[in-house]
Design a protein around this ligand. Structure first.
Ligand SMILES: Cc1ncc(COP(=O)(O)O)c(C=O)c1O
Length: 374
């Protein structure tokens, strides 16, 4: 009898989509997970030229073009406290495929994967698709992931834990001390740390740190992408960085499910990574300004919201019925429980939309807050 796999039967379509679909076309969308800026012109042009010259017609090397991997390697030398040679990188179809490769290559049937709750929706789903057993861990009061909670959740059955900073859906940024702890845990427990760094450049306070900088073993895999940094979500271009033996295993999966990342996107990404970076600074400055307006608005309404230090999300605590009231008034926000059981009582507000919309949305949130408090 034709049947569906148990792994896939356990995965549901993301709750975020359902919220979008429930809202009308005129809704103000604060549910969105992508920057509202154009892809930098020089990145677009690089793809156009590659297409016109016929350079993007064929498969590239499975790992991606050497030029792109050199650009990623140079980016790590420029921006991060660790180095990765081009041969230790695989260009992927976005951060999503990079996460999938890391889990497929390292998680055996029924092995556990520890990840933040609330956390990015793919962590649970991709763990299940890999046949693993999801082990969500509640966050601290300030919505950061506590290394001690991760260490406590690790058992003999744990294959990996996932760290995400800056984080979706909370906007929280992990401290350097926390990242050192995650590296120590990966080393001492001989368990893989998957560090999802797709928002690394969108940091308003403090600095981005990676467990890759501190680990003494090769037990850290870094997942990254051009999607958020360069507003390139549609191009589908990310990468994994890891040791040679881990790259070799992930390549076995990538080679058969993807062959190679899209060639035009590889040319665009190479230009984005190695070209001028001021477009990133401008975008981050705009996000910071919007965040501050939102935080002032939440404070006015009496909503408690840990200050998000990065990404473009805020996660206030909201009264019961608030998300529905806001949605009914035409503003899309995502209920916290879409990101895990511990997200209940929160809402994720994305500020990847212009200031005018944000101000209108704040008026609506004010009305909704008054309505639920009456
Ligand atoms: C934390 C996090 N990781 C990974 C991704 C996947 O990004 P991509 O669009 O590059 O697949 C996202 C996208 O929303 C994300 O929020």
């Amino acid at each position: 009898m034709t049947d569906f796999s148990d792994r896939v039967e356990q995965v549901s379509i993301s709750g975020i989509r359902e919220v979008f679909e429930a809202a009308g076309e005129d809704a103000i969308n604060l549910g969105i997970g992508q920057p509202d800026f154009p892809t930098p012109e020089h990145a677009r042009q690089a793809a156009v030229e590659a297409i016109e010259d016929g350079q993007a017609d064929a498969y590239t090397s499975n790992k991606g073009t050497l030029d792109l991997r050199e650009a990623i390697s140079a980016k790590h030398d420029r921006d991060n406290d660790f180095s990765v040679p081009p041969e230790n990188l695989i260009a992927t179809a976005g951060g999503s495929e990079a996460l999938h490769l890391a889990l497929e290559a390292h998680v055996d049937l029924a092995e556990e994967v520890v990840y933040p709750d609330p956390g990015f929706v793919s962590y649970e789903a991709l763990t299940r698709i890999a046949g693993g057993d999801p082990k969500p861990v509640a966050l601290r009061e300030d919505l950061t992931l506590d290394p001690a909670a991760v260490e406590e959740a690790i058992t003999d059955e744990t294959a990996a834990f996932i760290v995400n900073s800056p984080a979706n859906p909370t906007g929280a940024v992990q401290s350097e001390e926390d990242m050192k702890e995650f590296a120590r845990i990966a080393d001492e427990h001989d368990v893989l740390c998957i560090s999802d760094e797709v928002y690394e450049h969108i940091v308003f306070e403090g600095d981005h740190h990676s467990p890759m900088s501190y680990a003494e073993s090769d037990n850290v895999v870094v997942v990254n992408a051009c999607s958020k940094t360069y507003s390139m979500t549609g191009w589908r271009l990310g990468w994994v960085a890891a040791s040679e033996r881990r790259i070799e295993r992930m390549l076995r999966v990538h080679q058969y499910v993807q062959a190679c990342a899209s060639a035009p996107a590889q040319f665009a990404a190479e230009a984005a990574l190695s070209g001028p970076q001021d477009c990133v600074d401008e975008m981050v400055a705009a996000f910071e300004e919007r965040r501050d307006v939102l935080l002032d608005g939440f404070a006015d309404m009496g909503l408690d919201c840990p200050t998000p230090q990065g990404a473009f999300y805020a996660m206030p605590k909201v009264p019961e019925g608030w998300t529905d009231e806001v949605l009914d008034r035409g503003v899309v926000v995502v209920p916290g429980e879409a990101f895990g059981d511990h997200g209940e009582g929160y809402a994720r507000i994305s500020y990847a939309t212009d200031m005018e919309q944000i101000e209108k949305a704040l008026d609506v949130m004010r009305e909704a807050t008054n309505a639920v408090r009456q």
